[in-house]
Design a protein around this ligand. Structure first.
Ligand SMILES: NC(=O)c1ccc[n+]([C@@H]2O[C@H](COP(=O)([O-])OP(=O)(O)OC[C@H]3O[C@@H](n4cnc5c(N)ncnc54)[C@H](O)[C@@H]3O)[C@@H](O)[C@H]2O)c1
Length: 451
């Protein structure tokens, strides 16, 4: 199929590349000329594992242009994946979607063929059937459901595994104007997805509610696990990992997203509960659960900063390993590592930071408040207290002797429990968030909590 993708950002470029890898002819469009130039020359404008290889293998089926009209005219389906930033009330603004859809509609006036417009950007319930539909019909002079289709088809992907998540999704969600439009998307996804996932087809409103519900349900679990972790830390003998492993064995609960650790971050999760509670309030429904999830998430940085500060005991040097909001990405939005670095530097600590991918993005925000370190090993060696805030696999591989000190032992706060107590026994004092350290290996997390 011939497909145009409007917006070549963190989601749009991977989608364009995955579609091309499955035999579709794809033209990408962006208002950012650098992104267009890069993709047109066979280079990925965004970082994502596996993306450059897939571009190299499918160069003949991927093109890029700043000319949205030309892209729409030579394709049958257009995916819209532009930003939908949070507005001042907590909902999402559709301004970029409306601008793109209006331009698509104007282009559609110049062709006769049936065309499907597919909004992939996350939008608030009521948007697709409301202002997006109006913008498309007004600009195109066409009736949605007759000579063009309009779908809402959000992706459920995580940065760092976007390509894999697109190829192996749990389900495909399609909000459709009519059966023909939804059928076009279902056919595309049959060619894209590896394991024949269920395609949930429904009206726009249900799809919009489903998208925001998936994210807020997952974050509710994360906040639940973090609340449990906070409780476990305060009860001698308790270990959140032991508790959640048993909880997750109950088939009504399940294991995923039940690890008590740090607050959730990134460009999607934190804003979704805010939008969900805004939606509930606007409708006169109770927003309590979404608000509590968000409140608990904001509290996690207080908890982390307090635990790190207690270990610091005045004036000593602290290292932070992990600045991206999760492994395998350079994105630092709402990252706990960056937030912790900012807080500790404000309290006049010497803060040393490292991240395999996100160092330059983080330094642009943190400036000269912190010292960037070229390697994790250098960071470990420079400090008295080390906090592991992102579970990068390479941090688990740091040799035990790197942590060793001739005098006062290195204090490590391992928020994701990636280091092995056995390996570091007698070398450093390892503290886990959510659990007491075993006797007699150094100070316990109880001491961190209660000093
Ligand atoms: N990144 C994620 O993990 C993720 C996951 C699920 C949903 N989403 C949703 O997908 C949407 C896009 O997110 P993203 O992370 O890819 O954003 P992004 O900011 O990385 O990329 C958006 C791109 O759209 C371009 N753009 C803006 N207006 C345009 C226009 N009129 N024409 C052409 N290009 C235009 C921008 O220049 C930018 O390159 C958002 O609604 C987001 O909520 C993102």
């Amino acid at each position: 199929m011939k497909i145009s993708v409007i917006g070549l950002g963190k989601l749009g470029t991977p989608l364009a590349v995955v579609l091309a890898s499955k035999g579709h002819d794809v033209v990408g469009v962006d208002v950012n000329p650098d992104f267009v130039r890069l993709l047109a020359s066979g280079k990925s404008p965004v970082e994502e594992p596996g993306i450059q290889k897939l571009i190299d293998e499918n160069r003949g089926r991927i093109s890029a242009t700043a000319d949205l009209e030309a892209a729409v005219l030579k394709t049958e389906v257009t995916f819209v994946i532009v930003p939908t930033p949070s507005d001042h009330q907590g909902g999402f603004s559709n301004k970029y979607v409306l601008s793109a859809v209006t331009a698509i509609g104007q282009a559609l006036r110049k062709k006769r063929d049936y065309h499907v417009v597919n909004v992939t950007s996350t939008v608030m319930p009521g948007s697709t059937g409301g202002e997006i539909r109006r913008a498309l019909e007004t600009a195109s002079g066409r009736e949605v459901g007759a000579t063009c289709g309009l779908c809402y088809n959000p992706e459920f992907v995580a940065l760092g595994s976007v390509m894999r998540d697109m190829l192996y999704p749990d389900m495909i969600l399609v909000g459709e104007s009519d059966a023909r439009a939804g059928g076009v998307l279902e056919e595309i996804y049959k060619t894209v997805c590896e394991k024949n996932p269920p395609v949930k087809r429904m009206n726009w409103m249900n799809a919009e509610i489903t998208k925001i519900s998936v994210n807020t349900y997952v974050t509710t679990r994360i906040s639940y696990a973090n609340m449990l972790s906070d409780i476990c830390e305060r009860l001698p003998g308790a270990d959140v990992d032991v508790v959640t492993a048993a909880l997750g064995a109950d088939s009504r609960i399940g294991k995923k997203y039940l690890k008590g650790a740090l607050g959730y971050g990134g460009p999607c999760f934190p804003r979704d509960n805010v939008a969900f509670s805004h939606l509930a309030r606007t409708l006169g429904a109770r927003p309590d659960l979404a608000e509590a999830t968000d409140r608990l998430n904001r509290y996690q940085i207080e908890r982390l900063a307090a635990a790190a500060s207690r270990l610091l005991e005045g004036g000593s040097k602290v290292g932070i390993l992990g600045l991206s909001y999760k492994p395998e990405t350079a994105v630092i939005e709402e990252s706990q590592g960056v937030a912790l670095a900012a807080r500790l530097s404000e309290s006049r600590r010497e803060v040393y930071v490292h991240d395999p991918m996100a160092l330059s993005a983080a330094m642009a925000v943190l400036g000269d408040k912190v010292v960037p370190m070229r390697s994790a090993e250098e960071c470990v060696k420079a400090v008295d207290v080390l906090v592991i805030t992102t579970a990068w696999p390479q941090y688990a591989e740091i040799p035990a002797q790197v942590f060793a000190r001739p005098q006062a032992r290195l204090q490590i706060l391992d928020c994701w429990r990636i280091l092995s107590r056995e390996r570091l026994a007698g070398v450093a004092d390892l503290h886990f968030l959510g659990a007491a350290a075993p006797e007699p290996a150094g100070r316990q997390i109880r001491a961190v909590q209660s000093s």
